[in-house]
Design a protein around this ligand. Structure first.
Ligand code: EPZ
Length: 422
C-alpha cells in the first residue's frame, strides 16, 4: 500500500512574501448558508482546500447548481430540493452539520448522517440540538442519521452552556427564518461568526449583536441572493507567523487582519520574536537571539485559539527553559506531541496540558499528521529539523491549508510530495 507524503528538507532560511487565503472556518459555514437564499449567491476568496470540494458535493446532492472558478464559487439554490444527506460525503468533514441548521431553516425538516471531522477528543453537538429544540424542532436519531423537523420554527431565547462556534452559527441558520425573535446568549464571538452573519444580513436576515455574547435575530420570510468576500484565515496567518518565527530571515505575511491575531502576536513577542505590523501585513524578522519560554492557555476568541497551540508548540520546543500549554477547549488536543518527540522534542502530556522542555534541536523523521493542526505543527518542525522529515496522512493538511507546499517553496523551503510504500 503506498501513500503520499509531504517531505521537507530542514534548515533553509525563509525569505519573501506569502499571501493568506480565505478563512476555512468561515468558508465551511458560508457555503451551506447560501442555500437559505432563493437566488444565486456568489462567494469570493474561497480557499483551495478539500473541505470546499466536499461541501460542493453535498450542495449538488441537494440539486443546487455549483460553479467553482478559482477563488470564486457561485451557488444557485433556486431549484434545490429537500433531499436527505446520507452519502459518504457527509462524513468528510465535521462542518457538514451546518446543513442541519440551513435545511431546518429552509424546509423545517432535515435528515442528515452524523458528521465526521478531526478526532480532537469528544466533539458533541448537544448545544446545536438544544438550540433546534428551543426553536420548536423534534429530533430523532435513527440508523446513524439525525431527523430534525418542526411544524413551525418559533423564535426563542437560547443559552449556550459553552460558547460553541458551531452551535452559535447553526442556531443562527435555523433562526433567521423562524417566526419572531431569537436571542442566543453566551454566543461565541469568533471573527468567522461575524463573517457568516454579514453574509446572512446581505441576504436580508435581521441579526444584531454578532461578535458579542448576545446575538438577537428577527426571523424573516425569505432571503435573497447576494455576493460576499471571505475574511482572511487567521489560523493560516498564525501558522505562517509561527513558521516565519521558527525559520524566517525576513518574511512578509500579507492579507491579514492584525486584530484577529492579537493573542498570538503578544505570545510571540513574549518569546522575543521580532515583528512589525504594516497595514494588512505583518513582517517577521529572524533573529539569532534564543527564544524565551512561555506559558499558553487556549481560550475562546479573542484569547489564544486552540487551533494555534499545536503549531506554536513546535516553536516552544526551540525556547530555552520549560514552557507549558493548557487546553480549555479540546482537552485531548495533544496528539502532535508524540510526533514531535519522535523528532527530538521533549514534551510531557498531562491532564489537558503539555510541558515542553526546551530548547531541543529537532531531527528529521517519518511522522504522522493525526489531525489538521498536528499536520501544521509537523510542517513547522520539518522546516527547522536537521535532515529530511516525511509527513504521512497529509489529507488532514490539505483539508485546511490552501497550497501550503507552494507557499513554502515560494519562501525558499525545500518541500516536495511523493509516494512512499508504507
Ligand atoms: C470550530 O469547531 C472550528 N471548526 C475548530 O477548528 C475550532 O478549533 C473550534 O471552533 C474552536 O475555536 C470549524 O469552524 C469548522 P466548538 P467547533 O463548537 O464549532 C464543545 C480547525 O482546526 N461543544 O466551539 O466544533 C466541544 O466539545 C478546527 O480548523 C459541546 O460541548 O468548536 C469543544 O470542547 C478544529 N457541545 C468546545 O465546545 C456542542 O454542541 C468547542 O467546540 C458543541 C461544542
Amino acid at each position: 500500500m503506498s501513500e503520499k507524503v509531504i517531505a521537507i528538507e530542514g534548515g533553509y532560511k525563509l525569505n519573501g512574501t506569502v499571501r493568506i487565503s480565505g478563512a476555512k472556518n468561515a468558508t465551511v459555514a458560508l457555503i451551506p448558508a447560501a442555500v437559505l437564499a432563493d437566488e444565486p449567491v456568489d462567494i469570493y476568496g474561497v480557499p483551495e482546500i478539500s473541505d470546499v470540494e466536499a461541501l460542493a458535493t453535498l450542495l449538488r446532492e441537494l440539486d443546487c447548481d455549483v460553479k467553482i472558478e478559482g477563488e470564486d464559487i457561485r451557488i444557485d439554490p433556486s431549484h434545490m430540493k429537500e433531499i436527505p444527506l446520507v452519502s459518504e460525503a457527509v462524513n468528510k468533514l465535521r462542518a457538514s452539520y451546518y446543513f442541519m441548521g440551513v435545511l431546518l431553516g429552509k424546509y423545517k425538516k432535515v435528515k442528515i448522517r452524523m458528521p465526521g471531522g478531526c478526532y480532537l477528543g469528544p466533539r458533541p453537538i448537544d448545544l446545536h440540538l438544544k438550540g433546534f429544540k428551543a426553536l420548536g424542532a423534534t429530533i430523532e436519531y435513527v440508523d446513524d442519521c439525525y431527523i430534525i423537523e418542526a411544524e413551525e420554527l418559533i423564535g426563542n431565547s437560547i443559552y449556550l452552556d459553552f460558547a460553541s462556534v458551531g452551535a452559535t452559527i447553526n442556531i443562527m441558520f435555523a433562526a433567521v427564518k423562524a417566526k419572531g425573535k431569537t436571542i442566543i446568549e453566551n454566543a461565541a464571538k469568533e471573527p468567522e461568526i461575524i463573517d457568516v452573519a454579514n453574509l446572512l444580513v446581505k441576504m436580508g436576515a435581521k441579526i444584531r449583536g454578532v461578535g458579542t455574547d448576545t446575538i438577537t435575530i428577527e426571523g424573516v420570510e425569505e432571503l435573497h441572493g447576494t455576493f460576499h468576500e471571505i475574511i482572511p484565515d487567521r489560523i493560516e496567518a498564525g501558522t505562517f507567523l509561527i513558521i516565519a518565527a521558527a525559520a524566517g530571515e525576513k518574511v512578509i505575511i500579507q492579507n491579514i487582519i492584525p486584530q484577529h491575531l492579537e493573542a498570538l502576536i503578544s505570545k510571540l513577542k513574549e518569546m522575543g520574536v521580532k515583528m512589525e505590523v504594516v497595514g494588512d501585513s505583518i513582517i517577521v524578522y529572524g533573529s539569532e537571539e534564543p527564544l524565551q519560554n512561555i506559558k499558553v492557555k487556549t481560550q475562546i476568541y479573542p484569547g489564544l485559539a486552540t487551533d494555534l497551540q499545536q503549531p506554536l508548540t513546535t516553536l516552544m520546543t526551540q525556547a530555552e527553559g520549560i514552557s507549558q500549554v493548557q487546553e480549555t477547549i479540546y482537552i485531548e488536543r495533544f496528539k502532535h506531541c508524540e510526533q514531535l518527540n519522535k523528532m527530538g522534542a521533549h514534551i510531557e502530556v498531562g491532564e489537558a496540558k503539555s510541558t515542553i522542555f526546551g530548547a531541543t534541536p529537532l531531527h528529521g523523521a517519518r511522522v504522522m499528521a493525526t489531525d489538521l493542526r498536528c499536520g501544521a505543527a509537523l510542517v513547522v518542525a520539518g522546516l527547522i529539523a536537521k535532515g529530511k522529515t516525511e509527513i504521512t496522512n497529509i489529507y488532514h493538511i490539505d483539508r485546511g491549508y490552501d497550497n501550503i507546499d507552494h507557499k513554502l517553496i515560494t519562501l525558499g523551503a525545500h518541500v516536495t510530495r511523493y509516494e512512499i510504500d508504507d
